[in-house]
Design a protein around this ligand. Structure first.
Ligand code: ATP
Length: 283
């Protein structure tokens, strides 16, 4: 408490990752809240530096109401600070673990915002590759903010083949387990299917005691949708969780599905503009 980083007064810790701690901070002049992702440079090995550089590069390009904004990068001799838009409403994983599954309406509103964020990323050739409930954050007014671009990649066009296994196994598409080249957009679409299943049922579609069994369930597309899930939502899940990527729904098909069409996303207060600070300083 009391410490300052650039224009920001640092307050309490709000989370931590493998290589980072995340603290809340206030802009000294505007009092806008931000999240400060703090990285100790001496702890970053070559791979972590590569992921961080991708995270910064992707986030610099992204400006969407449902994507966490990167305002600035501050560097000191020992640390890097990513100044991020603050999402103080917790993450989707904790919400469902604490309060249980979402109602049909809350699922629609949340899913429509995730879909909008991913459609936007893909339109500028950025693939997230680590979509999971822990990376779907909420603002205090309930607006979705997709976060954590550490595994993201930029493709020159959407038919570029990728070959690295990224992300969390329960959300990984079958083609990732088959050790073959894969296309980026269908991998994010699959993870959205897992997220949708998790929101409407409160459980994961693919669960197993060992990684081998999980891999088999996912490759075979072996999951069961509880019968009480509304028919239009079941059809959407089935259209997304298709083991063959070419048969999987594309984003536009998801946007036009019966389940989502009547969805009106609430009007959230606009994100605060980027705090007045010098131009982005890259490490
Ligand atoms: P790992 O390195 O293990 O993948 P991570 O990259 O998910 O972790 P961080 O991005 O460092 O971790 O975030 C750690 C935690 O900090 C998140 O789980 C979240 O609770 C919190 N957090 C991250 N960004 C924000 C934000 N913009 N606003 C509010 N909280 C955030």
């Amino acid at each position: 408490p009391g410490r300052r980083v650039g224009f920001y007064k640092v307050r309490g810790e709000i989370g931590y990752g493998t290589f980072s701690r995340v603290k809340m901070a206030f802009h000294a002049l505007t009092k806008d809240k931000v999240a400060l992702k703090i990285l100790d440079k001496t702890r970053l090995d070559f791979q972590a530096q590569r992921l961080l550089s991708r995270e910064i590069s992707s986030m610099e390009s992204l400006q969407h109401p449902n994507v966490v904004r990167l305002y600035e990068v501050v560097e000191t001799p020992s640390r890097l600070y990513l100044v991020l838009e603050y999402a103080g409403g917790g993450d989707l994983h904790n919400r469902i673990c604490n309060d249980g599954k979402f109602s049909d309406n809350a699922s629609k509103i949340t899913f429509a915002q995730i879909l909008s964020a991913i459609k936007y990323m893909h339109s500028i050739n950025i693939i997230h590759r680590d979509l999971k409930a822990e990376n779907v954050l909420f603002t205090s007014s309930g607006c979705v903010k997709v976060a954590d671009f550490g595994f993201s990649t930029r493709v020159s066009n959407r038919s570029d083949a990728l070959d690295t296994f990224c992300g969390s196994p329960p959300y990984a598409a079958p083609e990732l387990f088959r050790d073959e080249c894969y296309l980026g957009p269908p991998v994010d679409v699959w993870a959205m299917g897992v997220l949708l299943f998790f929101m409407v049922t409160g459980t994961m579609p693919f669960r197993a005691e060992t990684m081998g069994k999980l891999r088999r369930c996912i490759i075979e597309g072996a999951y069961t949708i509880p019968p009480w899930v509304p028919g239009p939502c079941q059809r959407l899940i089935k259209g997304i969780l298709k083991p063959v990527p070419a048969e999987r729904y594309a984003i536009d098909q998801m946007m036009g599905c019966d389940w989502l069409l009547p969805t009106q996303t609430p009007q959230y207060p606009p994100s605060p503009p980027a705090p007045p600070s010098p131009a982005l300083r890259r490490p």
